[in-house]
Design a protein around this ligand. Structure first.
Ligand code: HAM
Length: 418
């Protein structure tokens, strides 16, 4: 038997309803905040991701699905959406009329990470981006939106972590100070951290290895190195969150795994999902649009890990599998033909109707109606045809009544308010 590729998964009925519910709440909220949907391709030129996410990140170094196409051009299955949305914003000059644009997209991403609970090689994101706003108010609004979404989905155990990663003015000094510190504790750091030290020292700050965490207790904090502009910007984000009554923690270890960030970075974390604690992450990326060949336009955004959100939501979601409104149990060829016509007309009218499309005993049809959880059963047999009335049985109350065959679909539509 041919099985799934490792790290990929099917989302089966039973679970898919959770995804649909989350998606509809998320879309509504994003649109209420003025975000417009954008759909971008699942593949892009490799160079787009290498340049935006950064050559020295784990994603670009070892996690991208990259192939030469038949002509030998390198293409990559998108590991995230920000780079593609920025590309579309530049390519279609979406800034021309108004640089301020808000987009969202929902779809699959691909990263060849080591699979574990909450970490997949094909996973889904709900991504939102705001272009053209320099103010920290945009970052605060994104965090507010995320917290509102999680509250609307009735998820508890959600914490907003925020940090500022500085800018090209102040970050180099911090990098130097941090690298000096990392050299001084190098014998206590894991091999990954020692390897990252020279190329991407900030990443060392979020190493999960306990001995590394301990060795980093006295590491310099980026919060102490921010230039005046970055400090004022971060203060603005914090006071906006305070005014909106959004609780948050300033997490000086929060650095994110993509290189394009400047200033505010944030994550929504939970302790309910084990090791994969980030349900959403994002931040400001003021230089990306320019670096990709566009005008000098700031931007900020986030992506929610849809799989993780669905897992969290599923922890206390009731069974949401849709049940038939009515099961038509038919006996005899004539009744079967009539039932079939009714099933089609009922479906067209928005009433979920099911039947057995093959001659079965009444007992076996009633059993199947039960298994499907049908709310009602309509019994159509020779007697019923003779009487020109069928029997409608409410499966919960067990009450039965005769319903005339004449104008049956109209009659049922009224009963089901359709
Ligand atoms: P990211 O932190 O790489 O950011 O991913 C965002 C979220 O996607 C994570 O917090 C996590 O919930 C989910 N995620 C990431 N990798 C996996 C995986 N292998 N399996 C399951 N879920 C995963 C970004 O992707 C940025 N583009 C976010 C952003 C938008 N920044 C600015 N705008």
């Amino acid at each position: 038997m041919i099985q799934l590729i490792r790290g990929f998964k099917d989302i089966l009925p039973g679970e898919v309803e959770i995804w649909q519910q989350i998606e509809s709440v998320a879309r509504q909220l994003l649109e209420d905040f003025g975000f417009k949907e954008i759909r971008i391709p699942v593949m892009e030129r490799t160079e787009l991701f290498a340049r935006s996410i950064g050559e020295d990140t784990d994603i670009v170094e070892k996690e991208m699905y990259t192939f030469p196409d038949r002509k030998g051009d390198l293409i990559t299955l998108r590991p995230e959406a920000t780079a593609s949305i920025a590309r579309a914003y530049i390519q279609h000059k979406l800034f021309a009329q108004d640089p301020v644009q808000k987009f969202y997209m929902i779809g699959p991403m691909f990263r060849r990470e080591r699979p574990q609970k909450g970490r997949y090689r094909q996973f889904y994101q709900i991504d939102a981006e705001i272009f053209g706003v320099q103010s920290g108010l945009a970052d605060a609004q994104l965090i507010y939106l995320l917290v509102t979404l999680f509250t609307r989905l009735e998820l508890a155990d959600i914490n907003a972590h925020i940090n500022s990663l500085g800018c090209p003015q102040c970050r180099p000094d911090f990098r130097k100070a941090l690298t000096r510190y990392l050299v001084s504790v190098s014998d206590r750091l894991c091999s990954d951290c020692n390897r990252r030290r020279d190329r991407n020292p900030l990443r060392v700050l979020d190493c999960k290895v306990p001995t590394c965490r301990e060795a980093l207790t006295d590491a310099p904090s980026i919060q102490d190195s921010l230039c005046d502009d970055c400090r004022a910007d971060f203060d603005e984000v914090m006071s906006a969150l305070d005014n909106l009554n959004v609780p948050f923690v300033v997490d000086k270890r929060l650095v994110r795994g993509l290189d394009y960030y400047t200033r505010t970075a944030f994550e929504i974390q939970t302790t309910s999902l084990g090791a994969q604690s980030a349900v959403a992450g994002g931040g400001r990326y003021d230089n990306l649009v320019r670096e990709l060949g566009g005008p000098d336009i700031p931007a900020t955004g986030f992506a929610i890990g849809f799989d993780r959100l669905a897992e969290l939501f599923g922890l206390n979601a009731p069974d949401m599998i849709p049940r038939p409104d009515i099961f038509l149990a038919a006996l005899g060829a004539e009744s079967q033909a009539l039932a079939f016509e009714w099933v089609c007309l009922l479906g067209k009218s928005g009433i979920r109707a099911e039947m057995d499309m093959g001659a079965k005993s009444l007992k076996s049809q009633m059993k199947r109606a039960d298994r499907l959880g049908a709310a009602n059963v309509l019994i159509v047999g020779e007697n019923e045809l003779k009487e020109a009335a069928v029997i409608l049985r409410n499966m919960a109350t067990k009450e039965q009544e005769a319903v005339p065959i004449d104008r049956l679909v109209e009659n049922l539509k009224k009963r089901f308010n359709k």
